[in-house]
Design a binder for this molecule. Structure first.
Ligand SMILES: Cc1cc2nc3c(=O)[nH]c(=O)nc-3n(C[C@H](O)[C@H](O)[C@H](O)COP(=O)(O)O)c2cc1C
Length: 184
């Protein structure tokens, strides 16, 4: 069982990284092999809408670090995408990654590589836990429609300072539980 985590925050040691890390910890406690990538450190260009993928078995023509990620996702059973909420949505780093998953969409990916389980985790500054519920639900629906199986969705609110979530044991525990559920 392999699980790969993607962190969509530029803040190293930030809330998103901590939450993705806890999810991976939960998954590894269940025996999964895990790996984590920081999307901000990677060269990921926006989707060029060239449609190359559609005539080429899901291969993307853009030669950047997303090629490494495509390989990792193909080899994995599940992945975790973590993003801070920026301007009511996922961060640009997470959005670039998400748009580039277009390459796999409607190219027989599931048949070749299996249906991947997904966990989504968001960190927001706003203390109102319901504030971005609509956006988070529609993001979950979108991943399901893309052909993934979103098993876990976690959102942590009121995280303004970098790394603040590490003092919230209840949230960390939920993240570890989500990681366990992702692989069980
Ligand atoms: C550019 C930018 C936009 C943000 N927009 C929002 C927002 O719309 N709603 C919100 O609750 N928090 C917003 N925040 C706060 C972050 O979501 C919050 O601090 C989060 O915990 C950061 O996660 P990190 O530590 O992993 O970077 C924003 C932060 C930045 C830098």
């Amino acid at each position: 069982m392999k699980v790969v985590g993607f962190v969509g925050s530029p803040r190293e040691g930030g809330n998103t990284e901590i939450l993705v890390g806890e999810m991976l910890k939960g998954a590894s406690e269940e025996g999964a092999e895990t790996e984590i990538f920081n999307l901000n450190k990677m060269d990921i260009k926006p989707c060029q809408a060239c449609q190359h993928c559609k005539g080429n078995n899901g291969d993307c023509a853009t030669d950047d670090d997303m090629q490494t990620i495509y390989k990792k996702i193909k080899e994995a059973d599940a992945f975790v995408l973590g993003a801070p909420i920026y301007m009511w949505q996922m961060s640009a780093q997470a959005k670039l990654f998400t748009d580039r998953l277009y390459a796999f969409f409607m190219t027989g990916f599931e048949e070749k590589y299996g249906k991947k389980d997904v966990a989504l985790v968001f960190s927001q500054g706003n203390p109102d836990e319901k504030m971005f519920e609509g956006y988070i639900n529609s993001t979950r629906d979108m991943f399901n429609l893309l052909g993934y199986n979103v098993k876990e969705v976690l959102s942590s609110n009121g995280n303004q300072a970098p790394g603040e979530v590490k003092n919230k044991e209840e949230v960390l525990k939920k993240a570890r539980e989500s990681g366990k559920n992702l692989v069980s």
